[in-house]
Design a protein around this ligand. Structure first.
Ligand code: BMA
Length: 329
């Protein structure tokens, strides 16, 4: 690994990993085992995608977007020994919440999962009179405590940073509409207590005539490096056949993360494999989570493909950051 670039975080010697295939020169490459989670892993599931994983007790835990056969969107818990093979609960997570007004949310989807202050925080797109950002935490993956929604509707892609910045909890988010949102910029918000969110700053806007021309949204929780926050995100273009979701990356300033240092001009990954192009929503490559090993610089990215299955892709932090710097807008 290039000694100049380092992930600031824990080592993870059992990170799911496959070396780059010899015939690939890409800075990000797919798992040969894709899709690692089929749509019908549990009896209730129509599809399992856009999901989040985290190291837990030397193994892995996850929160999964499961669209049921009724087509309600729910969050389910799962565990894995190796990060590839998952056991997902048949029933959705039942969040503990004192306030009945927000407890019975209509739907939950696109979870993100991050360790912060020795707790595991989950954020997701939460149906409360329209989509907003739900927030909850667990310490043991048994009891999940739901907090206040972060914002008023309409908002999607609420993604926490893995530590406080300038003594504040911080979150990227994407104001939206109530439907499929043909627009969308990424904003940054702060909170002193994980309840009240403010000090909103603009981060990123779509770029006309590119793979990210319609909207952009944060993907996995940002990865801290000595160069800046590595933000893997999705960008959407509108083709004559509908939206196309691809993956790019940016490096954000460590202290003022609303400032972009570098941002990829071309996408890093786009829907090209059959399982990304064919499914309930064709042409979707949607990253939601990344495991990292600070020792080797390995990054394993979990992404949803075609709103149907869950997949894995890999990168090395030094190569990825060099690529972003050399291919910046
Ligand atoms: C977005 C979200 C994602 C989904 C994508 C493509 O608006 O709903 O969950 O993957 O659309 O359908």
């Amino acid at each position: 690994m290039n000694d100049n670039v380092k992930i600031i975080g824990e080592s993870l010697s059992n990170i799911p990993w496959e070396n780059r295939p010899p015939d690939s020169e890409n800075v990000v490459w797919r798992s040969a085992k894709n899709p690692i989670i089929p749509r019908d892993l549990i009896p209730k599931s129509n599809s399992i995608f856009n999901s989040a994983t985290i190291p837990y007790k030397n193994k892995f835990a996850g929160v999964f977007r499961v669209d049921h056969k009724s087509r309600i969107m729910k969050l389910h818990r799962g565990f894995s020994d190796d990060g590839f093979s998952w056991e997902i609960d048949e029933n959705p997570i039942e969040f503990i919440c004192d306030d009945i007004e927000i407890a019975n949310f209509e739907y939950g989807y696109d979870p993100r999962l991050v360790k912060l202050d020795e707790k595991y925080y989950i954020t997701w797109c939460n149906g409360y009179h329209g989509p907003t950002i739900g927030v909850a935490y667990t310490e043991d993956f048994e009891n999940f405590y739901q907090l206040e929604n972060a914002y008023l509707p309409f908002n999607r892609n609420g993604v926490l940073f893995p530590r406080k910045i300038n003594s504040k909890y911080t979150m990227l988010n994407r104001p939206s509409d109530n439907g499929h949102t043909p627009f969308g910029d990424i904003f940054y918000s702060e909170s002193p207590d994980m309840i009240h969110w403010g000090c909103h700053r603009h981060v990123m806007t779509p770029i006309p005539n590119t793979w990210q021309s319609t909207k952009v949204g944060a993907g996995p929780n940002p990865i801290e490096t000595n160069i800046g926050w590595l933000l893997i995100y999705h960008g959407v273009l509108t083709s004559c056949n509908g939206f196309v979701y691809s993956m790019g990356a940016a490096i954000l300033d460590l202290e003022k993360p609303w400032k972009i240092l570098y941002r990829t001009k071309s996408y890093l990954m786009s829907p090209q494999k059959l399982y990304e192009c064919v499914g309930d929503v064709p042409n979707v490559f949607f990253p939601c989570s990344a495991l990292t090993d600070s020792e080797t610089g390995r990054i394993a990215i979990y992404y949803g493909a075609a709103d149907t299955v869950t997949c894995l892709a890999y990168a090395k932090v030094d190569e990825l950051i060099e690529f972003i710097k050399n291919n910046t807008i």
